[in-house]
Design a binder for this molecule. Sequence first.
Ligand code: NAD
Length: 289
Amino acid sequence: DKKVVLITGCSSGIGLSLAVRLASDPNKKFKVYATMRNLAKKERLLECVKGLHKDTLDILQMDVTSRQSILDARDRVVENRVDILVCNAGVGLMGPLEVQSLDSMRQILEVNLLGTIQTIQAFLPDMKAQGKGRVLVTGSTGGLHGLPFNEVYCASKFAIEGACESLAVLLQHFNIHVSLIECGPVNTDFLVNLQKTELGDESLQLVDTHTLSLYEKYLQHCGSVFQNAAQDTEDIVKVFLDAIQSPSPAFRYFTSGVMPPLTKLKITEPDGSRYISAMSKIIFSAEEQ
Ligand code: NAD
């Protein structure tokens, strides 16, 4: 019997790659429900699977900020069960905190935090009744340590850690495994899709010059990190597969294979000052080019 997998945020990036990999599994082990907010964007996914997917892929509309849309998608799963739920949809928000509108901050929390939680909520009763299940969540190293100019994004991803860890403690009693796949920078549409305050943006006229020069440095740092150190989605998909195939998956997977040094620093130096000065040095003391 195929494992039924439902994935959120499959129109691009990690969600798309994972859906393609599982739907084209050589042993046809999976039936994939690839969900996306906007079905008009399904062509890319369809091109990637090249029509070889008749019995292994279904594409459904799902906006994780709408409870009704989640329930409608759930009701269209013909197997009437989901064995593996992958909460992946998410967006970034980048810029000086003082220019972020309450609406844009709400939107990020709505998608990243409440979207993830209410998706899990919708599938939990059935998984509990089945007495088994997997919940995989695309996490971020930004959910483990803070990043300047990403306060609200990090807050949303830290919050996911708390929600998932809390659930993991309970759900082991139901044979349901919760795993976070912690990603550093990944080559996806993330940087295109994120809400970012551009340097020329009018709102920045109200921001002090010191913040602006630090923001400029941050953007350069961010650009070079994505250019030089980003992983490809295939690397991330391998880690998802590890977690899916493991009989007793870990709670936390690092896509680079090991805990990144800065994350470790935060844990080994719990008073926080070493992490804060190390991160500041890495981002802000680079020579301007
Ligand atoms: P991406 O922008 O290519 O993919 C995100 C997907 O989420 C998109 O398909 C988007 O349409 C979808 N989405 C946004 N709002 C939605 C909503 N309301 N309902 C349903 N879907 C919605 O970027 P990605 O890198 O593939 O992002 C996937 C996940 O990985 C996100 O949770 C992101 O925070 C996380 N992540 C990404 C990186 C990175 O560097 N790319 C690093 C760490 C974590």
